[in-house]
Write a protein that binds this ligand. Sequence first.
Ligand code: PHE
Length: 360
Amino acid sequence: MTQMEAELGALRAAAAERLSAADGVDAVEAIRHDLLGRSGRLTALMKNLGLAPAGERPALGRLANEVRTEVQGAIDGRLAELRAGDLDERLAAEELDMSAPARSIRVGHLHPVQTLMRDLRQVFHAFGFEVFEGPEIETDAYNFELLNIPPDHPSRDLWDTLYVAEPGSIEAGDSRPAADGTILRTHTSPVQLRAMQALDAPIRVITPGRCFRYEAVDASHAFEFFQVEGLVVDRDTSLADLKGMLEEIARALYGRDVRTRFRPGYYPFTEPSVAFDIGCLVCGGDGCPACKRTGWMTILGAGMVHPVVLRNGGFDPDEFQGYAFGMGPDRMTMLRHGVSDIRLFFSADVRFGSQFAEGR
Ligand code: PHE
């Protein structure tokens, strides 16, 4: 046996052994490079064929070709084997259990304050009220002046106002309220005027919406909150109608047994004005921290629409009367669910919100 024959034989055996030990596609490609690459061992051997004695060349050439074909075949075979193994592994790993129960779909729900406002809308709808909405960004005129609250009236202190700055004044280091009176509305009462100006009598509307006040935030005060205003304007309506309506609404919301009472109140845009209380839902009227030991909780302010406001809305107070009320759905929601801190409503914490899934 010539030396070249021996080398070819050794290479053939080594290739088979290395290939069966190769455990990945990369390892096989490295072997291909080692043996068949441009400076691979088999390639080098074949280049040297010319140095063999002329008589041996044909036989050596045949043997070399045979080895090369065999090595190539073995490489391709091993690659196919490894790839099939990968697939088997993946099929096993990615197996789908068609009998597994489906993952439940999490459906969202209303915020608890929105749920309460939806319930309010339904109750008022049954009493013939429609929804009439006004803008959150208001003017001083609608928020105050047309509601019979002149610029320097002390009652303005009741509504700590967030002003919109005069354009450019902040940049100039001299921030001041916009000269055109643009503010964030502090209550939904301005919508009384907008409704009176837009609608003909008889008017029966509620005006739910967001309000803003410059408040020190604590467990019972937020700088943004909701109100639902009610307004009725008709030719023959009285304080007795207001009282009857509010008592019915309290029963619809809190049950037939709810206790109610009216107290005198003060608002510049209603005359007379009242505060409306219900028996404390927490202690049932015995007195507890939630009702400040009075047994009562105030849920809204109300009154007969002031003649000046009726006139500003385009109605003759000698011919028309109206009553109005404003309630706080945030506080009502706190009462409904025993929530002790109003800030939770604005916390965007799903652990809090997801407890109120009844609002579907
Ligand atoms: N706007 C009043 C407030 O924010 C509530 C109110 C509305 C009172 C309508 C009387 C009539 O406190």
